[in-house]
Design a protein around this ligand. Structure first.
Ligand code: FE2
Ligand code: FE2
Length: 261
């Protein structure tokens, strides 16, 4: 199996302001200019700040790429807005669950958003859909699951309150399935890794801001840090199905050249 490179971009929060759009554009340019381009760019939710059609229009422009891009909604998104602007589909409020094949890798996108709520939950239909996807997916081929809300606590005073509800239900469904190489999430605005159901849980940082952990100052003194450069995750699935993740900050002012060592 040839190497597969999955770039994960998360929590762009397009809000009609210049700042977040510029940061997302910079990240997309960075990915496009890589010597080895990603096979897919996965955007794991909170694409917009408040789900407005004009914000999706902004996202549609900024996130356009020759590289295939796939999208998941977050708690700040609107399913109809996402469907019509980014997926080219008719309006509709059903969960946006999708599979994408990337070579031998199956990317399974689960919609954990709950309209009108900050916390995440998978519907009964989504669980049923996932059961069917796993039942029909090829044996011996790698699978990555992605959803906006992390299904495990991250020691984030804000996010742990609004993480995925009933994570054990998801864990029961996937534990023991050796094809699943990782679970990918966003929402936390922090590059973080832990485990879930015996698998790596890889949380992509936000391109817009960084959210402090419990070891930092108490909210609201230190909630969002807007100073750091935008960050992304690069997941490398090697020939032997070993997964390696690099978290990368993308300088806003172009590449810094370094002398060879
Ligand atoms: Fe977010
Ligand atoms: Fe979120």
């Amino acid at each position: 199996m040839p190497m597969i490179l999955v770039a994960q971009v998360s929590d762009t929060h397009f809000d009609l302001g210049a700042r977040n759009a510029e940061r997302a554009r910079r990240v997309m340019t960075f990915l496009d200019e890589l010597r080895r381009k990603p096979d897919v760019i996965l955007v794991t939710g909170d694409i917009t700040e408040s789900g407005k059609p004009e914000q999706y229009a902004e996202a549609e422009l900024a996130l356009a790429s020759e590289i295939p891009v796939c999208f998941l909604p977050g708690n700040h998104d609107d399913r109809t807005g996402l469907r019509t602007a980014l997926l080219g589909e008719p309006a509709g409020s059903a969960p946006i669950n999708r599979v994408h094949r990337v070579g031998e890798l199956l990317l399974v996108l689960l919609d954990s958003s709950v309209p009108g709520a900050a916390g995440g939950q998978l519907t009964d239909d989504t669980y049923q859909w996932l059961r069917e996807v796993l039942a029909t997916a090829p044996t011996g081929k790698p699978i990555m699951l992605a959803l906006h809300h992390p299904p495990a606590p991250l020691h984030s005073p804000i996010i742990d309150e609004i993480a995925l509800a009933d994570p054990e239900r998801l864990a029961d469904l996937i534990s023991g399935d050796d094809r699943i190489v990782a679970v990918l999430a966003g929402h936390a605005h922090s590059a973080a890794t832990t485990t879930f159901a015996g698998r790596p849980l890889l949380v992509a940082p936000s391109t817009a801001s960084v959210l402090g952990g419990v070891w930092e100052l108490d909210p609201p003194d230190h909630v969002m840090d807007y100073a750091p450069d935008p960050m992304i995750a690069l997941h490398v699935l090697a020939d032997d199905a070993r997964l390696t993740t690099h978290f990368r900050s993308v300088p806003l002012r172009g590449r810094i050249s370094v002398a060879p060592v």
